[in-house]
Design a protein around this ligand. Structure first.
Ligand code: Q0Z
Length: 286
């Protein structure tokens, strides 16, 4: 294998090129809250996210093929096929949260989907909606309507992407809900391979690309706690931090509590004990 060439950094992940057609996606243990990366890592967080992504890729290949080529033995790195990515973020929402809730409150609609009146924050939608957004280089993605998204992707690819994403969401939300986790919304990134085949790329159905809520205690009418990050968020709020970088260092008990929640999400969703994953990552693929 030739050396990996670093090609991009995300807030908590790194991307390398292995050859002309192959990328290496490496998930770090960094955590971001309120859009700021904290100075304290959460041990194994990158492994939790990579293992979950690989688990979903293995189980959704029949819905839409994906870029996964190999899960590396370190448990945090995925070798993947290089795709030509669509110029939109493919968001699916089953519940009203974040920018979906904001847009609904202001206009009664989200990305052109007119919704019933009187919905509350975090309420389950009558049926999941596809709410594409632009890819902002810096700052926040902007929700766009179907017509604009289709113009950016081309009509045919747009329709196929929307259909695939709704099916992926339905699969993931059903699987998660049966295991005590609500999948409020999630962001997919799709692309095409050299043959023009539509494929799922990036990470999928992880806590960093989705809102995971505990099913127990779910109560629409206000914001819901995050299944994974709530410990860290609550602690950050309590310090009185102004949410501008740099973020505060997390104390050991907050790190341990947060790690425990990530591991719990992993174990509930995959059915694989996390120790088993650490000794043999490929377990999640079988
Ligand atoms: C993903 C990202 C970063 C991690 C590009 N299979 C693919 N083909 C082409 N491009 C990508 C992928 Cl996954 C791709 N990203 C997002 C950036 C670290 C992920 F710096 N960017």
């Amino acid at each position: 294998m030739p050396d990996a060439t670093h090609v991009a950094s995300g807030k908590v992940r790194e991307l390398y090129a292995l050859d002309d057609d192959t990328l290496l996606l490496v998930a770090s243990d960094r955590i971001s809250t309120f859009d700021v990366v904290l100075p304290t890592p959460i041990p194994d967080k990158g492994r939790v996210l990579t293992g979950l992504s690989a688990f979903w890729f293995a189980r959704t290949r029949d819905i839409v093929p994906n870029h996964l080529l190999e899960l590396r033995p370190d448990g945090r790195s995925l070798e993947c096929r290089k795709l030509e990515m669509l110029p939109i973020e493919c968001v699916v929402r089953g519940y009203l949260a974040g920018s979906g809730w904001q847009d609904y409150r202001e206009t009664g609609a989200v990305c052109g989907h007119e919704l019933p009146e009187g919905l509350r924050e975090s309420e389950r939608l009558p049926s999941p909606i596809f709410t594409p957004s632009t890819k902002a280089v810096e700052g926040h993605d902007e929700n766009i309507d179907e017509e604009d998204a289709a113009a950016l992707c081309g009509e045919e690819l747009y329709r196929a992407a929307k259909e695939a994403c709704l099916a992926l969401y339905e699969f993931g939300a059903r699987h998660a809900e049966d295991r005590g986790i609500l999948l409020a919304d999630t962001k997919f990134e799709l692309g095409t391979d050299r043959d023009g085949t539509l494929m799922l790329g990036d990470e999928a159905l992880t806590p960093d690309s989705s809102r995971f809520w505990p099913r127990d205690g779910y109560a629409p009418g206000s914001a819901q706690p995050s299944f994974d990050k709530q410990f860290a968020r609550d602690w950050c709020e309590e310090t009185g931090w102004d949410k501008r970088p740099p973020g505060p260092e997390l104390p050991a008990d907050v790190v341990a509590g947060t790690r425990g929640r990530y591991v719990e999400a992993f174990e509930r969703l995959t059915g694989v004990p996390f120790d088993t994953y650490l000794s043999d990552p490929a377990t999640v693929l079988r």
